[in-house]
Write a protein that binds this ligand. Structure first.
Ligand code: SAM
Length: 290
């Protein structure tokens, strides 16, 4: 018998359980099996892989992950989907459903509890768009021992993740992500393959975690503070941005001297600096300020 399309199955399940999708929770469900294929291929899973899925919804991606990986832990905030997921995976010991907020749940605990036997760890998700950045920051800053993160995100955010210095999309998020990971756009996904259809197109992005960060930074906390201050007011020069957003306790002359000491023209804009330049600047500011 021919399998029913995912779009039909999705609509049927939602109506059977009387569920209206919530825009506020980023509930746009993927209905294209080819996109699911691309996500699975990009994650490079093996039968010894552990996967954390964020936002399984009614389990379209979860099912595919469970076909390949050793164990899938799916974290879903909306309790209306939990009975559907529990039923779908009642005979599947490789899938664990957790009814939690991915921004609050202890990810290290999940890894210790569920992935002891795994050779590689992955996060794979069609992310709720309203929390893409905080989730990404959380995943990267916690330095979980992940091989990769394969996520569906808004195309516009994907452009920011891979942006290079001096371009309009280059932001503090670009620096943070590129510091920890190599970014590759795997697929462009048009909005019509989702139910309901979002306003914008999406991209599947694979972040391959670096064994060590892209640049050597001894004072990471300060590095990211400096990056954020440099991008805080994009129309200002680096000198003015750093002075007004981070270093107002010092004279402009001093700050100007530190920027020059790092080999950077203080009149440049923060958004033109490479990771290496931000690293050099951090070391000079650290030496003088702390
Ligand atoms: N995985 C499904 C798919 O691909 O069709 C659904 C993806 S939908 C874009 C995002 C899912 O994330 C929804 O099921 C939503 O309820 C869930 N979600 C939203 N915020 C969340 C959070 N903070 N923690 C965990 N799940 C969340």
């Amino acid at each position: 018998m021919k399998e029913r399309p995912i779009s039909v199955r999705t609509r049927e399940l939602l109506s059977q359980y009387g569920i209206q999708l919530k825009k506020s929770l980023g509930q746009n469900f993927l209905t294209d099996p080819h996109v699911l294929d691309k996500i699975i291929q990009a994650a490079l899973l093996t039968e010894k892989s552990g996967v954390i899925e964020i936002g399984p919804g009614i389990g379209a991606l979860t099912e595919r992950l469970a076909e390949t990986a050793q164990k899938v832990v799916a974290i879903e905030i909306d309790n209306r989907f939990i009975p559907i997921l529990k039923k779908l995976f009642e005979n599947e010991s490789r899938v664990e459903i957790i009814n939690e907020d991915a921004l609050k749940v202890d990810l290290n605990n999940i890894i210790n509890e569920h992935f002891q036997g795994a050779d590689t760890l992955h996060v794979v998700a069609n992310l709720p768009y309203y929390v893409t950045s905080p989730i990404l920051v959380r995943l990267l800053e916690q330095r979980l021992s992940l091989t990769n993160i394969v996520i569906m995100i808004q195309k516009e955010v994907a452009d920011r993740l891979k942006a290079t210095p001096g371009t309009k999309d280059y932001s503090s998020l670009s620096v943070l992500v590129q510091y920890y990971a190599e970014v590759r756009e795997v697929a462009h996904v048009p909005s019509h393959v989702f139910v309901p259809r979002p306003q914008v197109d999406s991209s599947v992005v694979c972040l391959t975690l670096r064994k060590k960060p892209e640049v050597q930074v001894l004072h990471e906390y300060e590095f990211f503070k400096i990056v954020r201050a440099a991008f805080a007011q994009r129309r200002k020069t680096l000198l003015n941005s750093l002075h007004s957003n981070l270093l107002s306790a010092f004279s402009k002359k001093e700050v100007e001297g530190w920027i020059a000491e790092a080999g950077i023209d203080p009149k440049r804009r923060g958004e033109t600096l490479s990771l290496q330049e931000f690293a050099a600047l951090t070391e000079v500011i650290h030496r003088n300020r702390f």
